[in-house]
Ligand binder design. Structure first.
Ligand SMILES: [Zn+2]
Length: 353
C-alpha cells in the first residue's frame, strides 16, 4: 500500500477540483479502505458543491457513486472483506431508528450528511467508507456499471417502484429525461410496465430517450409540453409525472397534465439559492387535486435494498447503464464543467487504471 495518493479536492464552496497529493486514509474500526475503480459524475455533486451547508469542511474529496476493491477493513467490520468489489450507499444514517429499520433510511431523523460531502469520497485513488454503507457488487457487473447503480439507477428504482408505483398500462412523463438519473428512469418506468413520454431540451438527449423506448419525446423549448402530453393521452393526462428538473415551470406543467389519480414525483428539487437564486416554489390548485385524487410525492434517493435490487437488474441486463463519457481522475473538473453546461447525455464517470 502506498503512503500517499492522488486526490481531486475542492478547497472552497463551489471551487474547482485541484489535484493534490495526500496521505492514503486509514480505516477506523467500522470502516473499509477502498481502492477506486470507477466513480460516477452527475449533476447532483455539481449542484451540491455550490450549495452552502452541505460540505462540512474543506478541502474535500467529493464523489459518491463509487465502485472499488476493499483493501483493508477495521477490527469491527463483518459485512465486507479485503478483495470484495463494493459500491456505496450515498446517505450516512443511524441504521437503528424506525425509518432506517423499515427501509426508509433516507428519512432518518439522525441523518449525518452525504458521502463525498461530510466525508471524503471517490475522486481519489483510495477512500475510506463506513462498512455499513457498502454493498457488494454481484459477479458479472463491471465497476463502471456498478458505480452508476449507486445513484443513477437506484434513484429511479425508488422513484418508479416506491413512489410512483407504476403499473403495466400506465403512462409516465419523465422530465429531464436525457440526464444521468432520468435516462435510467426511462428504462425503469418501462420495466415496471409503463409507457414513457420523455421531455428534455436537447435534441441529442431526446434521440437517446427515443432509442431507449419512449413512445414520444418533447422539447419544451419548441412545443408546449402540456398541450403535447394532453394530445398524446387523448385528453386524459399522464398517470405519473416524474420530475428530474423540478423548477417552478416544470412542476406547474406537471400539475397541468396530470390525469385522474395521477402522481407527481419530485426528484430533482434544489434549494432556493443553489441554482441561480431561482425559487422552485410552485402553485397547486387544491380543489383540482382533491377532485382528481392526485398525489404529490417528494422522493429521496433509495434504500440499501433498492440499491441491491438495482445491481441485480444490471446483472440480469434488464437495465442498461448509460455512460457516454469517461475521464481520468485528473480531468474530474472537465467532467463537472461539461455536466454543468448540460453537454453530457446520461452519466459521466471517472475511471481508474
Ligand atoms: Zn435512522
Amino acid at each position: 500500500m502506498p503512503s500517499t495518493m492522488k486526490a481531486m479536492r475542492i478547497h472552497e464552496l463551489g471551487g474547482p477540483f485541484q489535484l493534490d497529493e495526500v496521505p492514503v486514509p486509514a480505516p477506523g474500526p467500522n470502516d473499509a479502505l477502498i481502492k477506486l475503480k470507477a466513480t460516477g459524475a452527475g449533476l447532483t455533486p455539481v449542484l451540491m458543491r455550490r450549495t452552502p451547508g452541505l460540505v462540512d469542511s474543506y478541502p474535500r474529496i467529493m464523489g459518491h457513486e463509487i465502485a472499488g476493491e476493499v483493501m483493508e477493513v477495521g477490527s469491527e467490520v463483518e459485512n465486507v472483506a479485503p478483495g470484495d468489489l463494493v459500491t456505496c450507499h450515498f446517505y450516512l444514517v443511524c441504521h437503528v431508528c424506525n425509518f432506517c429499520r423499515s427501509g426508509r433510511e433516507t428519512l432518518c431523523p439522525d441523518f449525518k450528511g452525504y458521502v463525498g460531502l461530510v466525508l471524503d469520497g471517490g475522486f481519489a485513488e483510495y477512500t475510506v467508507i463506513p462498512s455499513l454503507n457498502l454493498c457488494k457488487i454481484p459477479d458479472g457487473v463491471s465497476p463502471l456499471d456498478a458505480c452508476l447503480a449507486a445513484d443513477a439507477i437506484c434513484t429511479p428504482y425508488h422513484n418508479c417502484t416506491a413512489e410512483a408505483q407504476i403499473k403495466p398500462g400506465e403512462t409516465v412523463a419523465i422530465v429531464g429525461a436525457g440526464g444521468g438519473v432520468a435516462i435510467h428512469a426511462v428504462q425503469m418506468a418501462q420495466l415496471c410496465g409503463g409507457t414513457v413520454i420523455g421531455i428534455d431540451v436537447s435534441q441529442k438527449k431526446l434521440e437517446m430517450v427515443a432509442d431507449l423506448g419512449a413512445i414520444a419525446t418533447i422539447d419544451p423549448m419548441k412545443t408546449d409540453s402540456v398541450e403535447e402530453i394532453m394530445s398524446l393521452t387523448e385528453g386524459r393526462g399522464v398517470d405519473h409525472y416524474i420530475d428530474y428538473v423540478s423548477t417552478k415551470e416544470t412542476l406547474e406543467a406537471g400539475m397541468a397534465c396530470l390525469g385522474r389519480g395521477g402522481k407527481l414525483v419530485i426528484v430533482g428539487a434544489r434549494a432556493p439559492g443553489a441554482f441561480g437564486g431561482i425559487s422552485p416554489n410552485f402553485m397547486v390548485d387544491p380543489n383540482k387535486m382533491l377532485r382528481m385524487g392526485q398525489e404529490i410525492h417528494g422522493s429521496r434517493y433509495c434504500s440499501m435494498l433498492e440499491l441491491r435490487q438495482s445491481l441485480e437488474l444490471v446483472r440480469r441486463g434488464q437495465i442498461k447503464p448509460i455512460v457516454t463519457e469517461t475521464f481520468p481522475l485528473e480531468e474530474t473538473e472537465t467532467a463537472f464543467q461539461k455536466l454543468q453546461n448540460n453537454e453530457i447525455t446520461g452519466r459521466a464517470a471517472v475511471v481508474f487504471d
